[in-house]
Design a protein around this ligand. Structure first.
Ligand SMILES: O=C1O[C@H]([C@@H](O)CO)C(O)=C1O
Length: 556
């Protein structure tokens, strides 16, 4: 029975964020949970509803902040949940209320946006339905189901963040397992503990790590919402013997297209339609595996269970895996195949007012391994930009980083690191203008290597105008842009040695971050902060300022 508040379109949630021992892949480790769960509870709402989450931080010695990924926060930029950008972190023992409107139906996510807390397991779904009398969705299905994908590490966030910010540098490496709806399987016999009995820390037979099972009825069509909140891995997702028809991406309807393998990067969501039209006398494998980086993680497994077979009966076949990890061409082909649905095309403005080219490089800065944009590696200040810029503390940050000419940069070479510096610069962009961002990939510090980066923008969707596989040509490449039916997204892939071109309108007053969604890359500086229309932002809630009781000094 819906509560009175839910009938009014307000959804209250009380979250206690705390550590708990979890064994999602059979290996016992500390995870950050919401009310004891990782992944956390799904937030359900209808378009236009208000979501109010009161979060109490019960982590003994750690701050926290939660980002509502894909929710634009129109009029509430202070609820975006990005520590250092839109709020002070929530300190242990403190409570903080996030309040925002979900203005558009679709599939969204939430996750920690502080340090490496996403990798500790603070993540979940936000599912927004079409309102009762709203425009119907351009597809039909019998049932709505959701699957959240995660890569899982056994090292703690403290170990990972210390390694990443030490000399010598210690990379987090590939994950130990892949989780489907919070369940995976680590091979306990790989542990070389002194005793042969691992049952205390790794127990293959506990129900907590038995594969997730999705029960279907023969003949029915399922809308499967698939979201990825991996720390690192780009994934391929497949259902043995079944085709998937992609119909939604990041909350936007797409022209339907069929695939057997869905590529999904961290921060992306897709809806696919799957019809249970195969031999119903058996179950099938749902699998996910690492692409873009050479995998060393076992395939993630779940069961596509035809009723009335037992939900945990293993399929009779060996699990199928996706395409080769380094088949970038097929990933690029999927990216290019995604177009706006023909009834929902919102064409972009034909030209932009400003072009920002961002060269993506890995650098050595003062001996530390970092990632940079135009040779500047973001170091988040602990005075949140939104507060500082709204209050005109303009001396707090560098303003308007200089533009960068990539014409003479050789993207196939290891960077020379000469001009690479740490920076807290903020791009100040005129309100209500059209901006193009050209993401240009390049070689890392390892010869012959360039990596895939999923770029995510807060506060806005952007049109994806095009992709290229080499250095961007300012004259020729803009002529190839899709200005007819480009997809709107909030997260998009930048492929090795290639470029991706985006266009967006600065129509949401605030201060926002645009960053690589690989958590350790963001931690290593891979992002920019931009401001547009901050003077139009309403009075900032004092809850985002100060910390603990010192808030009284701000608002006596
Ligand atoms: O940031 C990274 O560091 C390593 C490697 O480049 C250096 O060890 C890697 O694969 C990353 O993505």
């Amino acid at each position: 029975v819906p509560t009175a508040e839910a009938k009014l379109g307000i959804h209250f949630h009380k979250w206690e964020v705390k550590y708990a021992y979890k064994s999602p892949d059979c290996f016992k480790k500390l995870a950050i949970t919401i009310n004891g769960d990782s992944p956390g509870p799904t937030i359900y709402a209808a378009q236009g509803d208000r979501v109010v989450v009161t979060l109490t931080n019960t982590l003994p010695t750690e701050n926290v902040a939660v980002h509502w990924h894909g929710i634009r926060q129109i009029g509430t930029p202070w609820s975006d949940g990005t520590e250092g950008v839109t709020q002070c972190p929530i300190m242990p023992g403190d409570s903080f209320t996030y309040e925002f409107v979900v203005d558009r139906a679709g599939t969204y996510l939430y996750h920690a946006h502080y340090g490496l807390q996403l990798s500790a397991g603070l993540y979940g779904f936000i599912i927004v339905s079409v309102p009762l009398h709203g425009v119907p969705e351009p597809f039909v299905y019998d049932k709505d189901r959701s699957i959240i994908l995660k890569d899982w590490y056994h090292a703690t966030t403290y170990e990972q963040s210390t390694s990443l910010s030490s000399i010598p540098f210690g990379w987090v490496g590939e994950p130990q397992s892949l989780l489907i709806n919070g369940r995976g399987r680590f091979n306990c016999s790989l542990l070389n503990a002194p005793s042969s009995d691992h049952s205390e820390i790794c127990e293959a037979k506990i129900p907590e790590c038995s594969p997730y099972s999705l029960t279907v009825v023969h003949g029915e069509t399922y809308r499967l919402r698939i979201g990825s909140l991996t720390s690192l891995s780009a994934l391929s997702f497949q259902i043995e013997g079944h085709n998937m028809t992609v119909v939604e991406a990041d909350g936007n309807y797409v022209e339907p297209f069929q695939t057997k393998n869905l590529y999904i990067n961290s921060g992306e969501t897709y809806s696919v339609l799957v019809t249970a039209d195969q031999d119903p006398s058996r179950n099938y494998w749902i699998t996910t595996n690492v692409v873009s980086r050479e995998p060393s993680t076992p395939t993630g497994l779940a069961i596509f269970n035809y009723y009335p077979n037992h939900p945990h009966k293993y399929p009779p076949t060996a699990p199928t895996t996706g395409p080769l990890w380094n088949d970038t061409a097929s990933q690029l082909a999927q990216s290019r195949a995604i177009r706006a649905h023909h009834d929902f095309v919102q064409p972009p403005p034909p030209r932009s007012d400003r072009v920002i080219v961002l060269l993506n490089t890995q650098n050595l800065i003062d001996g530390y391994n970092r990632w940079s944009l135009n040779n500047r590696s973001l170091t988040l200040p602990h005075t949140p930009y939104l507060i500082a810029l709204k209050q005109n503390f303009t001396d707090a940050f560098d303003q308007n980083p200089p533009s960068y000419d990539i014409a003479n940069y050789d993207i196939s070479k290891v960077p020379d690191n000469v001009n690479a510096t740490s920076s807290n610069a903020v791009y100040r962009i005129s309100f209500n203008t059209t901006v193009d961002i050209i993401l240009q990939n390049a070689n890392t510090m390892t010869p012959g290597s360039s990596e895939t980066h999923p770029w995510h923008m807060h506060g806005h969707d952007f049109w994806v105008l095009g992709y290229g596989s080499n250095k961007f040509d300012m004259v020729k490449d803009p002529a190839t842009y899709n200005l007819v039916d480009p997809i709107l997204k909030n997260t998009v892939a930048l492929y090795p040695y290639g470029w991706t071109a985006l266009r967006f309108r600065t129509d949401n007053p605030g201060v926002w971050i645009f960053h690589c969604h690989i958590e350790p890359h963001f931690f290593m500086g891979m992002g920019i902060v931009f401001e547009a229309g901050v003077e139009m932002v309403g009075t900032l809630p004092t809850s985002i300022m100060g910390c603990g009781e010192t808030k009284r000094l701000i608002n006596p």
